[in-house]
Structures are given as structure tokens and as C-alpha cells.
Design a protein around this ligand. Structure first.
Ligand code: MN
Length: 240
């Protein structure tokens, strides 16, 4: 089979040798239609106070990225405690949903590509991430596991604008554990999009988890997590 026939075989009428995997899709506030997810990018250490608690430098370093898988999304508020870890941490984050993409997007026009924003959790098997860091290995086992990306409904930018400030908090069973402000993001949303688009071809359906404020910590089964971002929305998750 040539590349041409392979390409021609794609499409709604193509036959597949196994069932077509479902396309993960996030609800949109005030709308019955869903936001289909293509890729999930995440920014590491993007609040100075969190960089310090992770043993890093509070000074501005170049942004760095890792990925989760679209099928890691949790959209029903249930986070099953994962296998292979005894130290799973919550990281509440502003999630950016791209409506359009591109390469080498300038900072000045980056926000034009944003469809909307959501509250997300970058759930992390901290023990496995720590081992990977120590060994200089990739982070996937710590970051891209089943159900590692709970995400709330997307608030369209046409409704809420582009929040550059506002409190971001995560409470566990009513106790606030993480607290910060979007104005403390080391790399702002337009800068994140510009940097990412210089490394990858961004496209409609991409989500970007923009990093977490300080106060990350472990969860246990039975915990009720409440992530809130002023002007964006909230996300409730139960650990089971
Ligand atoms: Mn994170």
C-alpha cells in the first residue's frame, strides 16, 4: 500500500480493522456542542513558588513542555486512584483550548487562536515522576497515565474574555491547599502559545495545561477536590 492509497482510505466511509477509537470531547458552557480534543500539552514549573517547592529556581527559565494523552481526560468528575503509585498529587491548572492552530505564532496574535478556558487537574504520580527526573528519563509514567487529566467545561473566550489575572485555588475536602493568581504565571498564555508553536504545529482541538501554583500534595481515596479559577469556572473531582 502506498502513502497515497493509505491517505485515500481515511475518512468517514473507510473500513477499519479494529473499532475506531472514540474522540475525547469536553463540554462547552452554554452550548450543546462539544470541544473535540486532539492533543494535550502541559507546561512545567510555570509559577515561581511551585518551582521552588519542586526544588527548582524561582528565576524565569525557558518554558518546557510535556504531554498527556487525550484519552487521559476525566470528564465525569471521578478520578480512580491509579496503579503503580503511592504518592499521587493534585495540580490545579488553567487550561487553554485552541480553536485554531499554526506554526511560529507571534505573541501579539496568539490569543486569537484561543477558543476558551477551563479548570483542569494535572494529576501526577509524584513518586514515578521523581524516579524519572533522577534517572534523566521521560515523565510519561508520572504524568500521562489513565485518568490523569480531569477537566471542567470550557468557558468560551467570547463569553469570558482572556483572563490574565484572578485567583486559582484547589481545596481538598474543604481545606484550601493550593492558592495563587493567574497574574503569577511565569510564562503568560500568549507566550506559551508562541513558544509551543515554534516547537510543534498547533491545531484546533489542542489543550494546554498552563502549570500549577504552589501547594501541591497527595490525594487519597475518598477525597473531594474542588478547583476554582476566578472568571473561568470550577471543577469537582472525587478520588475513588
Ligand atoms: Mn502541572
Amino acid at each position: 500500500m502506498t502513502a497515497d492509497t493509505w491517505t485515500a482510505a481515511q475518512g468517514p466511509t473507510a473500513d477499519y480493522v479494529i473499532p475506531l477509537p472514540p474522540v475525547p470531547a469536553v463540554p462547552v458552557q452554554g452550548c450543546d456542542a462539544l470541544f473535540p480534543v486532539r492533543r494535550i500539552y502541559c507546561v512545567g514549573r510555570n509559577y515561581a513558588a511551585h518551582a521552588v517547592e519542586m526544588g527548582g529556581d524561582p528565576d524565569k527559565e525557558a518554558p518546557f513542555f510535556f504531554q498527556k494523552n487525550p484519552d487521559n481526560l476525566v470528564l465525569d468528575g471521578i478520578f480512580p486512584y491509579p496503579v503503580a503509585s503511592d504518592d499521587v498529587h493534585h495540580e490545579v491548572e488553567l487550561v487553554v483550548a485552541l480553536g485554531t492552530g499554526g506554526k511560529n505564532i507571534p505573541v501579539g496574535s496568539a490569543l486569537e487562536h484561543v477558543f476558551g478556558y477551563a479548570v483542569g487537574l494535572d494529576m501526577t504520580r509524584r513518586d514515578l515522576q521523581g524516579e524519572a527526573k533522577k534517572a534523566g528519563r521521560p515523565w510519561e509514567t508520572g504524568k500521562a497515565f489513565e485518568s490523569s487529566a480531569p477537566c471542567g467545561p470550557i468557558a468560551p473566550a467570547t463569553e469570558i474574555g482572556h483572563p490574565a489575572a484572578g485567583t486559582i485555588t484547589l481545596a481538598v475536602n474543604g481545606d484550601v491547599r493550593q492558592s495563587g493568581d493567574l497574574n503569577q504565571l511565569t510564562w503568560k498564555v500568549p507566550e506559551i502559545i508562541a513558544h509551543l508553536s515554534a516547537l510543534f504545529t498547533l491545531a484546533p482541538g489542542d489543550l494546554i495545561f498552563t502549570g500549577t501554583p504552589s501547594g501541591v500534595g497527595p490525594v487519597v481515596r475518598g477525597d473531594e477536590l474542588l478547583g476554582q479559577i476566578e472568571g473561568v469556572g470550577e471543577l469537582r473531582v472525587t478520588v475513588v
